[in-house]
Write a protein that binds this ligand. Sequence first.
Ligand code: UT7
Length: 323
Amino acid sequence: MIRSVVRGNGAALPRRTMKNADFEGMVETSDEWIVQRTGIRQRHVAADDETTASLGEAAARAALDSAGMTPADIDLIILATSTPNNTFPATAVEIQNRLGMHHGFAFDMQAVCSGFVYAVATADLYIRGGLARRVLVIGSETFSRILDWNDRSTCVLFGDGAGALVLEAQEGAGAITDRGVLAASLRSDGAHKDKLFVDGGPSTTGTVGHLRMEGREVFKHAVGMITDVIEATFGEAGITAQDLDWFVPHQANKRIIDASARKLGIAEEKVVVTVDLHGNTSAASVPLALSVAVADGRIKRGDLVLLEAMGGGFTWGAVLLRW
Ligand code: UT7
């Protein structure tokens, strides 16, 4: 059977970093509160000339380089983002143009923090359906543009960045030992909209709006939703937590990551944590975490890797793949 195999990955971060202490003069907060409640120590913040498209393009080029490919090899670009450059056209199409690619097709995928997991699952269907052979899957965000910088309960949590994967159709045996995407489960429930949303949009206010979150409410649901969808993915693949080499979760809060791993019985040393470095970068968080763990030699070819995310909507999902 056809499998969607990872051929390359890449990442891009804005030049400027903001440490927790940099917020102390802006809102009533402290490095101690932010570290204790979230695990975040710093985040990258985009300058005016750094956008979702430019960061996404840089991550895509890095992923293509690591795959030994050029844009000519790609059939489809899926960009996961909630912070597009424009309301339309899709920022994926802008990235396609920036890459000098005028064949194939590109579209944005909007599932907030779960966007990258949704995009990998979607790319896998295009590949297995025979509609694309090589897909660039990008998560790129500039959440700094939609933050209310006077709201201490949200402005300290998020950061900007981008990450990308190149997936390629390869023949597999249909076994759990195959490389590539092995299982995926996606969920959403719009009943939770008011707990995490942006208070503007083209069809309502005609403005971009600002991110609003009832953090405690999101936290209450997060661990249960994450563990449910992961258990469904394990069931589909016929594996248990012990079979995993690496758990690469969405990086929103170290306490959510730790509680999810503990509930699932995933050993601490198998969990990739980058929330301290990047903050919550929404759809970019999983590919950014992947890029760190691949660059430092933790994730190697043949490793069994579980991706997971949960965010606004609510949306949540998991993807199991062999690197
Ligand atoms: O990526 C999408 C998914 N998003 C998430 O997963 C986020 C989920 N939620 C969280 O990560 C946590 O709920 C937060 C980090 C947002 C907040 O942590 P918490 O332990 O749930 O704190 P809390 O909201 O219950 O607030 C505790 C206190 C409050 O003060 P009072 O009411 O106890 O007097 C807040 O006003 O902390 C206060 N607070 C702050 N204090 C200092 C809120 N933000 C800050 C801040 N600095 N930045």
